[in-house]
Design a protein around this ligand. Structure first.
Ligand code: SF4
Length: 316
Protein backbone atom coordinates (compact mmCIF):
# COMPACT_ATOMS: atom_id res chain seq x y z
CA UNK A 1 0.00 0.00 0.00
CA UNK A 2 1.42 3.37 -1.01
CA UNK A 3 0.36 6.29 1.21
CA UNK A 4 0.77 9.77 -0.17
CA UNK A 5 0.02 13.02 1.65
CA UNK A 6 -1.20 16.01 -0.38
CA UNK A 7 1.49 18.58 -1.13
CA UNK A 8 -0.50 21.24 0.74
CA UNK A 9 -2.70 20.22 3.64
CA UNK A 10 -3.29 20.79 7.33
CA UNK A 11 -2.85 23.98 9.38
CA UNK A 12 -2.76 27.14 7.30
CA UNK A 13 -0.86 30.25 8.30
CA UNK A 14 -3.87 31.92 9.97
CA UNK A 15 -4.80 28.87 12.02
CA UNK A 16 -1.19 28.24 13.05
CA UNK A 17 -0.98 31.83 14.26
CA UNK A 18 -4.27 31.62 16.19
CA UNK A 19 -3.36 28.31 17.83
CA UNK A 20 0.11 29.58 18.78
CA UNK A 21 -1.45 32.66 20.36
CA UNK A 22 -3.94 30.61 22.40
CA UNK A 23 -1.29 28.07 23.43
CA UNK A 24 0.96 30.89 24.61
CA UNK A 25 -1.94 32.31 26.64
CA UNK A 26 -2.35 28.88 28.23
CA UNK A 27 1.38 28.64 29.01
CA UNK A 28 1.33 32.16 30.50
CA UNK A 29 -1.66 31.11 32.63
CA UNK A 30 -3.77 33.95 31.27
CA UNK A 31 -7.23 34.14 32.85
CA UNK A 32 -9.35 34.01 29.74
CA UNK A 33 -11.14 32.11 27.03
CA UNK A 34 -11.83 32.17 23.32
CA UNK A 35 -15.03 33.75 22.04
CA UNK A 36 -16.47 30.77 20.18
CA UNK A 37 -14.35 27.77 19.14
CA UNK A 38 -10.88 29.00 18.11
CA UNK A 39 -10.80 26.74 15.06
CA UNK A 40 -13.08 24.07 13.59
CA UNK A 41 -11.39 21.14 15.21
CA UNK A 42 -13.00 19.54 18.29
CA UNK A 43 -9.83 17.68 19.33
CA UNK A 44 -7.74 20.85 19.51
CA UNK A 45 -10.52 22.78 21.29
CA UNK A 46 -10.65 20.06 23.97
CA UNK A 47 -6.86 20.17 24.31
CA UNK A 48 -6.89 23.95 24.83
CA UNK A 49 -9.69 23.68 27.38
CA UNK A 50 -7.73 21.11 29.37
CA UNK A 51 -4.82 23.60 29.40
CA UNK A 52 -6.98 26.38 30.85
CA UNK A 53 -8.21 28.18 27.72
CA UNK A 54 -11.87 27.28 27.46
CA UNK A 55 -14.40 28.42 24.91
CA UNK A 56 -17.19 30.86 25.83
CA UNK A 57 -20.18 31.59 23.63
CA UNK A 58 -20.77 35.25 24.43
CA UNK A 59 -19.03 38.27 25.94
CA UNK A 60 -21.56 38.27 28.81
CA UNK A 61 -19.85 35.13 30.14
CA UNK A 62 -16.56 37.02 30.69
CA UNK A 63 -15.76 38.76 33.98
CA UNK A 64 -14.14 42.23 33.96
CA UNK A 65 -10.35 42.01 33.68
CA UNK A 66 -10.41 38.67 31.86
CA UNK A 67 -8.86 38.14 28.45
CA UNK A 68 -10.97 37.37 25.41
CA UNK A 69 -9.33 35.69 22.43
CA UNK A 70 -10.89 36.57 19.08
CA UNK A 71 -10.57 33.69 16.65
CA UNK A 72 -9.12 33.67 13.13
CA UNK A 73 -12.61 34.20 11.59
CA UNK A 74 -12.71 37.70 13.04
CA UNK A 75 -15.38 39.72 14.80
CA UNK A 76 -17.55 42.69 13.93
CA UNK A 77 -16.73 46.25 15.12
CA UNK A 78 -19.41 46.19 17.81
CA UNK A 79 -17.79 43.15 19.47
CA UNK A 80 -14.52 45.07 19.88
CA UNK A 81 -16.46 48.01 21.36
CA UNK A 82 -18.41 45.74 23.72
CA UNK A 83 -15.27 43.95 24.94
CA UNK A 84 -13.58 47.26 25.69
CA UNK A 85 -16.68 48.52 27.48
CA UNK A 86 -16.62 45.41 29.71
CA UNK A 87 -12.96 46.04 30.60
CA UNK A 88 -11.68 42.89 28.83
CA UNK A 89 -8.20 42.48 27.38
CA UNK A 90 -8.41 41.50 23.70
CA UNK A 91 -6.02 38.96 22.19
CA UNK A 92 -6.81 39.26 18.51
CA UNK A 93 -6.17 36.12 16.43
CA UNK A 94 -8.09 37.38 13.39
CA UNK A 95 -6.26 36.06 10.33
CA UNK A 96 -4.67 38.93 8.38
CA UNK A 97 -6.42 37.64 5.23
CA UNK A 98 -9.81 37.85 6.94
CA UNK A 99 -8.91 41.30 8.25
CA UNK A 100 -8.18 42.34 4.64
CA UNK A 101 -11.61 41.06 3.49
CA UNK A 102 -13.25 43.01 6.34
CA UNK A 103 -11.38 46.17 5.33
CA UNK A 104 -12.26 45.73 1.64
CA UNK A 105 -15.92 45.30 2.56
CA UNK A 106 -15.92 48.43 4.74
CA UNK A 107 -14.12 50.37 1.99
CA UNK A 108 -16.58 49.24 -0.69
CA UNK A 109 -19.49 50.49 1.43
CA UNK A 110 -17.68 53.78 2.20
CA UNK A 111 -17.01 54.33 -1.53
CA UNK A 112 -20.69 53.93 -2.42
CA UNK A 113 -20.65 50.33 -3.71
CA UNK A 114 -23.42 47.98 -2.60
CA UNK A 115 -21.52 45.25 -0.66
CA UNK A 116 -22.19 41.67 -1.77
CA UNK A 117 -20.36 39.02 0.26
CA UNK A 118 -20.10 35.70 -1.58
CA UNK A 119 -19.85 32.93 1.00
CA UNK A 120 -21.70 30.69 3.41
CA UNK A 121 -24.34 32.64 5.32
CA UNK A 122 -23.77 30.85 8.60
CA UNK A 123 -19.99 30.91 8.53
CA UNK A 124 -18.55 33.11 11.33
CA UNK A 125 -16.06 34.72 8.95
CA UNK A 126 -18.86 35.79 6.59
CA UNK A 127 -20.85 37.14 9.54
CA UNK A 128 -17.84 39.22 10.62
CA UNK A 129 -17.27 40.58 7.09
CA UNK A 130 -20.97 41.47 6.80
CA UNK A 131 -20.74 43.46 10.03
CA UNK A 132 -17.81 45.52 8.71
CA UNK A 133 -19.68 46.05 5.42
CA UNK A 134 -22.57 47.82 7.15
CA UNK A 135 -26.26 47.11 7.54
CA UNK A 136 -27.09 47.18 3.80
CA UNK A 137 -24.67 44.40 2.89
CA UNK A 138 -26.01 41.09 1.64
CA UNK A 139 -24.63 37.56 1.53
CA UNK A 140 -24.94 35.41 -1.61
CA UNK A 141 -24.26 31.72 -1.09
CA UNK A 142 -25.61 30.31 -4.35
CA UNK A 143 -26.98 31.55 -7.68
CA UNK A 144 -30.57 31.37 -6.34
CA UNK A 145 -29.71 34.03 -3.72
CA UNK A 146 -29.06 36.62 -6.44
CA UNK A 147 -32.80 37.29 -6.63
CA UNK A 148 -32.51 38.95 -3.16
CA UNK A 149 -29.81 41.38 -4.32
CA UNK A 150 -31.38 44.82 -4.85
CA UNK A 151 -30.78 46.63 -8.14
CA UNK A 152 -28.03 49.22 -7.73
CA UNK A 153 -25.63 51.01 -10.04
CA UNK A 154 -22.46 49.86 -8.29
CA UNK A 155 -21.61 46.61 -6.51
CA UNK A 156 -18.61 45.75 -4.36
CA UNK A 157 -18.06 41.98 -4.30
CA UNK A 158 -15.99 40.34 -1.56
CA UNK A 159 -15.39 36.57 -1.22
CA UNK A 160 -15.25 34.44 1.91
CA UNK A 161 -11.56 33.52 2.10
CA UNK A 162 -12.27 29.77 2.11
CA UNK A 163 -14.87 29.74 -0.67
CA UNK A 164 -14.42 27.43 -3.64
CA UNK A 165 -13.01 29.43 -6.57
CA UNK A 166 -15.03 27.75 -9.33
CA UNK A 167 -18.26 28.22 -7.40
CA UNK A 168 -17.40 31.87 -6.88
CA UNK A 169 -16.70 32.40 -10.60
CA UNK A 170 -20.10 30.89 -11.48
CA UNK A 171 -21.90 33.10 -8.95
CA UNK A 172 -20.05 36.22 -10.11
CA UNK A 173 -20.91 35.57 -13.74
CA UNK A 174 -24.61 35.05 -12.90
CA UNK A 175 -24.61 38.13 -10.65
CA UNK A 176 -23.18 40.36 -13.38
CA UNK A 177 -25.74 39.02 -15.88
CA UNK A 178 -28.75 39.40 -13.57
CA UNK A 179 -27.64 42.67 -11.90
CA UNK A 180 -25.75 44.66 -14.54
CA UNK A 181 -23.78 47.63 -13.26
CA UNK A 182 -20.32 48.76 -12.26
CA UNK A 183 -18.41 46.08 -10.33
CA UNK A 184 -15.51 46.27 -7.91
CA UNK A 185 -14.48 42.66 -7.31
CA UNK A 186 -12.15 41.94 -4.39
CA UNK A 187 -10.68 38.47 -4.88
CA UNK A 188 -10.13 37.87 -1.20
CA UNK A 189 -10.02 34.09 -1.55
CA UNK A 190 -7.06 32.82 0.42
CA UNK A 191 -4.09 31.25 -1.36
CA UNK A 192 -3.84 28.56 1.34
CA UNK A 193 -7.35 27.37 0.49
CA UNK A 194 -6.75 27.32 -3.27
CA UNK A 195 -3.46 25.45 -2.79
CA UNK A 196 -5.13 22.83 -0.58
CA UNK A 197 -7.97 22.39 -3.06
CA UNK A 198 -5.66 22.02 -6.08
CA UNK A 199 -3.38 19.58 -4.25
CA UNK A 200 -6.41 17.52 -3.12
CA UNK A 201 -7.79 17.27 -6.67
CA UNK A 202 -4.38 16.20 -8.03
CA UNK A 203 -4.01 13.58 -5.30
CA UNK A 204 -7.57 12.28 -5.77
CA UNK A 205 -7.01 11.79 -9.49
CA UNK A 206 -4.02 9.51 -8.86
CA UNK A 207 -5.34 7.57 -5.81
CA UNK A 208 -7.54 4.49 -5.36
CA UNK A 209 -8.92 5.97 -2.14
CA UNK A 210 -8.58 9.31 -0.37
CA UNK A 211 -8.93 10.08 3.32
CA UNK A 212 -9.88 13.67 4.16
CA UNK A 213 -9.08 14.47 7.80
CA UNK A 214 -10.70 17.35 9.67
CA UNK A 215 -13.57 18.52 11.83
CA UNK A 216 -17.04 17.82 10.45
CA UNK A 217 -17.82 21.43 11.41
CA UNK A 218 -14.95 22.75 9.28
CA UNK A 219 -16.18 24.40 6.07
CA UNK A 220 -12.86 24.10 4.27
CA UNK A 221 -12.55 20.39 5.18
CA UNK A 222 -16.04 19.77 3.81
CA UNK A 223 -15.13 21.62 0.59
CA UNK A 224 -12.02 19.46 0.25
CA UNK A 225 -14.13 16.34 0.71
CA UNK A 226 -16.66 17.46 -1.92
CA UNK A 227 -13.84 18.14 -4.39
CA UNK A 228 -12.12 14.83 -3.69
CA UNK A 229 -15.40 12.94 -4.16
CA UNK A 230 -15.64 14.37 -7.67
CA UNK A 231 -12.27 12.88 -8.62
CA UNK A 232 -12.03 9.66 -6.63
CA UNK A 233 -14.78 7.08 -6.13
CA UNK A 234 -13.56 6.02 -2.69
CA UNK A 235 -13.38 9.13 -0.54
CA UNK A 236 -13.81 9.25 3.24
CA UNK A 237 -14.08 12.15 5.64
CA UNK A 238 -12.80 11.31 9.12
CA UNK A 239 -12.04 13.40 12.21
CA UNK A 240 -9.52 11.05 13.81
CA UNK A 241 -7.62 7.88 12.96
CA UNK A 242 -9.96 5.88 15.20
CA UNK A 243 -12.56 6.02 12.38
CA UNK A 244 -10.29 4.16 9.95
CA UNK A 245 -10.91 0.51 9.24
CA UNK A 246 -9.24 -1.96 6.90
CA UNK A 247 -12.61 -2.51 5.15
CA UNK A 248 -12.48 1.09 3.93
CA UNK A 249 -9.21 0.48 2.10
CA UNK A 250 -9.63 -3.12 1.00
CA UNK A 251 -8.21 -3.66 -2.49
CA UNK A 252 -6.69 -0.16 -2.65
CA UNK A 253 -3.02 0.21 -3.47
CA UNK A 254 -2.64 3.97 -3.63
CA UNK A 255 -4.06 5.88 -0.69
CA UNK A 256 -4.12 9.68 -0.61
CA UNK A 257 -4.37 11.76 2.55
CA UNK A 258 -5.38 15.37 2.77
CA UNK A 259 -6.56 17.54 5.64
CA UNK A 260 -8.41 20.79 6.20
CA UNK A 261 -6.69 24.01 7.21
CA UNK A 262 -7.73 23.51 10.84
CA UNK A 263 -6.44 19.94 11.20
CA UNK A 264 -3.42 19.56 13.52
CA UNK A 265 -0.39 17.70 12.10
CA UNK A 266 -0.70 15.21 14.95
CA UNK A 267 -4.00 13.87 13.54
CA UNK A 268 -2.47 13.43 10.08
CA UNK A 269 0.51 11.53 11.52
CA UNK A 270 -1.79 9.29 13.56
CA UNK A 271 -3.81 8.40 10.45
CA UNK A 272 -0.64 7.49 8.55
CA UNK A 273 0.55 5.35 11.42
CA UNK A 274 -2.76 3.49 11.64
CA UNK A 275 -2.79 2.85 7.88
CA UNK A 276 0.79 1.63 7.90
CA UNK A 277 -0.16 -0.80 10.66
CA UNK A 278 -3.18 -1.94 8.64
CA UNK A 279 -0.84 -2.69 5.78
CA UNK A 280 1.47 -4.58 8.09
CA UNK A 281 -1.53 -6.40 9.52
CA UNK A 282 -2.78 -7.53 6.13
CA UNK A 283 0.70 -8.79 5.19
CA UNK A 284 0.86 -10.73 8.44
CA UNK A 285 -2.59 -12.18 7.92
CA UNK A 286 -1.51 -13.45 4.55
CA UNK A 287 1.61 -15.14 5.90
CA UNK A 288 0.49 -16.44 9.30
CA UNK A 289 -2.52 -17.14 11.33
CA UNK A 290 -2.75 -15.18 14.59
CA UNK A 291 -5.40 -16.09 17.05
CA UNK A 292 -6.58 -13.18 19.18
CA UNK A 293 -9.46 -13.20 21.64
CA UNK A 294 -10.45 -11.13 24.69
CA UNK A 295 -8.32 -12.12 27.66
CA UNK A 296 -5.42 -13.51 25.65
CA UNK A 297 -2.03 -12.24 26.89
CA UNK A 298 0.17 -10.97 24.07
CA UNK A 299 3.54 -9.24 23.87
CA UNK A 300 3.48 -5.88 22.12
CA UNK A 301 5.50 -2.79 21.41
CA UNK A 302 4.35 0.71 22.37
CA UNK A 303 4.64 2.62 19.10
CA UNK A 304 3.08 5.91 20.14
CA UNK A 305 2.16 7.56 23.40
CA UNK A 306 0.29 10.83 23.79
CA UNK A 307 -2.32 12.48 25.98
CA UNK A 308 -5.20 10.74 24.22
CA UNK A 309 -3.94 7.19 24.47
CA UNK A 310 -1.38 4.57 23.66
CA UNK A 311 -0.88 2.68 20.40
CA UNK A 312 0.41 -0.83 20.98
CA UNK A 313 1.42 -3.02 18.07
CA UNK A 314 1.32 -6.77 18.69
CA UNK A 315 1.64 -7.89 15.11
CA UNK A 316 -2.01 -8.57 14.43
S1 SF4 B 1 -7.57 29.65 5.32
FE1 SF4 B 1 -6.47 31.49 4.76
S2 SF4 B 1 -7.82 33.13 5.46
FE2 SF4 B 1 -8.49 31.33 6.50
S3 SF4 B 1 -7.37 31.35 8.42
FE3 SF4 B 1 -6.16 30.17 6.96
S4 SF4 B 1 -4.68 31.60 6.09
FE4 SF4 B 1 -6.34 32.76 7.06
Amino acid sequence: MEIKVAEHCGFCYGVKRAVALAQKAATDRVQGATLGPLIHNPQLIAELASNGIACKDSLEQFAPGETVIFRSHGEGPETYAQAEKQGLTILDATCPNVRLAQQKAAQAAADGYFPVIVGEKNHPEVKSILKWAGKNAICVECIKDISYVPRRERYGVIIQTTFELQKFNDILQALQEQRPGEYRVERTICLATAQRQQAAVKLAAESDAVIVIGGRNSANTRHLFELVQQHCRQAYHIETASELSSDMLRGCNKIGITAGASTPDRLIKEAILVMENMDFESMLNESMEVEVYPGKVVTGTVIQLDKDGVYVSFGY
